[in-house]
Design a protein around this ligand. Structure first.
Ligand SMILES: [Zn+2]
Length: 590
């Protein structure tokens, strides 16, 4: 290796900085100029400079590294000069591969921070240094991870700097040492509320939410178009209900690493969800809540149901698809064709209950709902108990409001007392400052609470609820029999929560919406709409507060299924469902 130090040797410089190092102020150009100076001192000729700026050393596929290796194969230079082992690769295996590959092309690999390539311990050192680089990185990530855990568990501090839609993260201010914090983005928060209302009150699927958002030109994050994934991310995000989870997912290497893009700056460019037990929940302050907890839960439930309602692979139209459950084993009851006829059967095939002709069951459910619409009193009787609960809630809210007012008064009194104590010299300025700070925090929280109580949607009095349900039933009844099959199914899904099939009878649980009188006209159903069906109306143009509970009147009815002969549900010439007993008054004469 006598020519190793030969003057005039042509070499390539390879430099790399990661994004983290960039953040720490290291630049690729300072690295390059250092290497150039080193080469000049040795009287070597720099034949090429290859720079991977902002690339992790854990990634082997870096554009300039590949470029340099290609040029090495072409013999454009005799050696490669690199600052240290770490620049080339952080992984021993990668390091070995790259180094051996370069050497195969006759290259010498020179690390500026190593004594000599010819020293016998050189290879060992390369390996050890490579291992150290890896070890150090593991150490750093471990330290960081533990530091973050501490911040959440002990200091109850929010750490997700990549903020979700609806929030903005104000980053750490290094000058003043002020920690980063999360604020609500009012316009986006309004969209979040809207989206939850759509799903909760109108039963919209994620797909339809997506369409509505894009139709209305409401931009997603960073002005982008909404995609189904971003809509689902919003709908599943528990932050809006006040709980944020740390460690919910972690970075990992993508399953299809090279799909579409030949180069990636980081190895862990994909995210995978961690098991639920590893999540670390953090309760966010009340002021960051966007939707009420119970609404959030209802929406999760609804989304699960939507999966069951998905029209994928649907060959036959089953009216009760996704709503039906086995009363014996609790599995779903699903549609199944047999010899040209259609049945519902237990998905788990528990065989404890018979299969049932879809027409028979459809008919029973149809008639039950029809009966409810005809006689809302049937449901309202059940609602009496519920209205008691509503009354209790009103009372609770009044008590709460009184408490908040008392607290605010108390704070004012204490503040006056403190100032008096300060004037008479009992308190030092420092003590006064601390005390006032404490009071201020209490006042803030009391005032937030006051706003919340005041803006909560007014509750409906039982009387109004009764009227509302009656009106709703009247409105729907007029449209009910002229629904096309899919409209009927959609309607059943909005009012029925679940149907449990018990062989000889069927239990139907659901709810009818109850709203304050002035809003009865927009309950999500407009029988006069041109298609004669369910119209999607905007319920929340009234600027109602999402913190309010949805008022609804629940029903839970058990019906005997008539056995033989089953009256069949028929369709008229236009494909509408109708009940044979009501033919004369429900089918228009045209
Ligand atoms: Zn079963």
């Amino acid at each position: 290796m006598t020519d190793f130090d030969a003057a005039g040797m042509r070499l390539a410089i390879y430099a790399r900085v990661s994004t983290d190092e960039q953040r720490e102020g290291q630049t690729i150009d300072s690295q390059v100029s250092e290497l150039e100076r080193f080469a000049r001192e040795k009287a070597w000729i720099v034949a090429g400079v290859y720079k991977d700026d902002g690339w992790s050393g854990a990634v082997m596929a870096r554009p300039e590294l590949d470029h340099m290796r290609d040029d090495a194969r072409k013999g454009l230079f005799q050696a490669v000069l690199i600052n240290d082992v770490d620049r080339l690769a952080r992984d021993v295996a990668h390091l070995g591969v790259i180094k051996r590959d370069l050497e195969k092309s006759g290259m010498r690999v020179i690390f500026r921070k190593l004594p000599s390539e010819t020293s016998p311990t050189y290879n060992l050192m390369v390996n050890i240094l490579g291992s150290f680089a890896e070890f150090e990185r593991e150490m750093i990530s471990d330290r960081t991870r533990r530091g973050r855990r501490h911040k959440i568990e002990v200091r109850k501090q929010y750490l997700g700097s990549l903020s979700s839609y609806g929030y903005r993260y104000v980053t750490i201010d290094r000058a003043s040492g002020k920690e980063g914090y999360l604020v609500m983005e009012p316009a986006e928060a309004q969209v979040v509320r809207q989206v939850f209302e759509w799903v909760d009150r109108e039963g919209l699927s994620a797909r339809r939410v997506l369409n509505r958002l894009n139709q209305r030109g409401i931009p997603a994050q960073k002005g982008a178009h909404w995609a189904k994934s971003s809509v689902l991310r919003v709908l599943h995000n528990e932050m809006y209900a006040g709980t944020w989870h740390y460690n919910k997912s972690r970075g990992c290497e993508p399953e299809h690493p090279n799909a579409g893009r030949p180069y990636r700056r980081h190895t862990n460019s994909s995210r995978r969800q961690c098991p639920r037990k590893d999540w670390l929940p953090l309760e966010l302050p009340e002021s960051l809540r966007i939707v009420a907890r119970d609404q959030w839960e209802r929406v999760q439930d609804r989304l699960l149901r939507n999966i069951a309602f998905s029209p994928r692979n649907e060959k036959h139209f089953y009216l009760l698809k996704g709503l039906l459950w086995c009363g014996a084993c609790g599995s779903r009851y699903v549609g199944e064709p047999c010899k040209g006829k259609f049945y519902y059967r237990c998905m788990a095939r528990c065989k404890r209950l018979r299969t049932i002709r879809d027409e028979t069951l459809n008919q029973t459910v149809f008639e039950t709902v029809e009966n409810i619409l005809d006689n809302p009193a049937l449901v309202l009787e059940q609602a009496e108990k519920q209205s008691l609960r509503v009354a209790n809630r009103v009372e609770r809210r009044q008590t709460e409001s009184a408490n908040v007012e008392a607290e605010l008064k108390q704070i004012q009194t204490e503040e006056n007392r403190l100032l008096a104590a300060y004037r008479t010299g009992i308190l030092s300025p420092a003590q006064l400052g601390t005390e006032l700070e404490t009071l201020k925090a209490r006042r803030n929280s009391a005032e937030t609470r006051r706003v919340q109580i005041a803006t909560v949607e007014p509750l409906i009095a039982p009387q109004a609820a009764r009227r509302s349900v009656e009106e709703y039933c009247g409105e729907v009844r007029r449209a009910f029999r002229s629904f096309k099959p899919d409209q009927l199914r959609e309607f059943l899904r909005t009012i029925i929560h679940r149907i449990d099939f018990a062989g000889a009878s069927v239990r139907i649980q659901g709810h009818l919406p109850a709203r304050p009188p002035q809003e009865v006209g927009c309950v999500g159903l407009a029988p006069t709409d041109s298609h004669g069906g369910i119209a999607t109306t905007t319920i929340d143009t009234h600027g109602r507060n999402p913190g309010g509970e949805t008022e609804e009147v629940n029903f839970d009815l058990t019906e005997i299924i008539p056995n033989a002969p089953p009256r069949t549900m028929s369709r008229d010439a236009r494909g509408r469902f109708y009940s044979p007993i009501a033919v004369h008054d429900s089918i228009p004469s045209d």
